[in-house]
Write a protein that binds this ligand. Sequence first.
Ligand code: SAM
Length: 324
Amino acid sequence: MTQLDPASLVEVLRAAGEPTRLRIMALLAHDELAVLELSQILDQSQPRVSRHLKLLTEAGLAERFPDGAWVFYRSARTGDGSAAQRLLQLADLTDPVFVRDLERLETVRAERRAEAEAYFSRNADQWDRLRSLYVCEQDVEAAILETAGPGPYRRIVDLGTGAGRMLTLLGPRAKEGLGLDLSQQMLNLARARLDSANLPQVDVRHGDIFATGLGSGSADLVVVHQVLHYVSEPASAVAEAARLVGQGGKLLVVDFAPHGLERLRQEHQHRRLGFSTEEMTRWVEAEGLALETARALPPASPDGLTVMIWSANRHSASARGAKT
Ligand SMILES: C[S@@+](CC[C@H](N)C(=O)[O-])C[C@H]1O[C@@H](n2cnc3c(N)ncnc32)[C@H](O)[C@@H]1O
């Protein structure tokens, strides 16, 4: 367990030793949050919340990471549990103040989800046009097929399947396929698509990427294509996706590289403006997978976005042994 020198320990205790900051630490233990969201939950002004966050960050109790013009905060992470986690173990988290904060956090999350769901319901029928606004879909799909490899796969799971494009693309290489999505409108489109693609072995159903209800290690290919930038906790979504990957199986995450198109937040409900390979590596490694490739597909036009294809494997015990 990491130990702190006395001066650092005093700084940590000072930073944590204030009721609002303790509440912020407890909230960040659940979710990465923007200042605006924290100020909504705590019912305090943004400048005030920013001051608290500055102190927590300086003491190493929170991490700040900019994302376009927004700044997100999360619990600082270290290999053996952060000082924030260790301090929170001393707190009675059933205290009504913490409980109320968590209820408000749930309300903020529910609002975000509702906005995103409304967006997908509104746009389901024009999704094919929207999805290709920024990238050359043909190139991306060719690269996905190449990265996935020829298979055959025993079971493909596509999380946030939308209109089922990944399933029609990769389904022919699988004995069985399943897509999950929160939007019924998208799922209706996916069902129609899969019918016309004659893929009876592939099915879709209503499901949440954060709680799929599927068994650990139950798939040999798990795909998360253009979903992460909409969700509130991309790390948790990657963790759930990785959990489904069996020994020798593969996780494919496709999303944007970090970019600055702020307007996508308002116009298209994006929450995060892309992801770095460094954070993707951290997320998959935390779930026992090894990042194998990080492929960048540059945009077709100068104002477009770079698409990233990350693939990560869960090496079987024998392959791991062979590698070392
Ligand atoms: C941009 S679309 C991508 C759809 C598909 N993967 C594709 O690339 O065509 C994002 C999809 O993620 C779904 N989604 C968002 N949050 C989700 C969640 N928590 N669980 C499951 N699906 C989710 C949306 O309903 C939407 O269909």
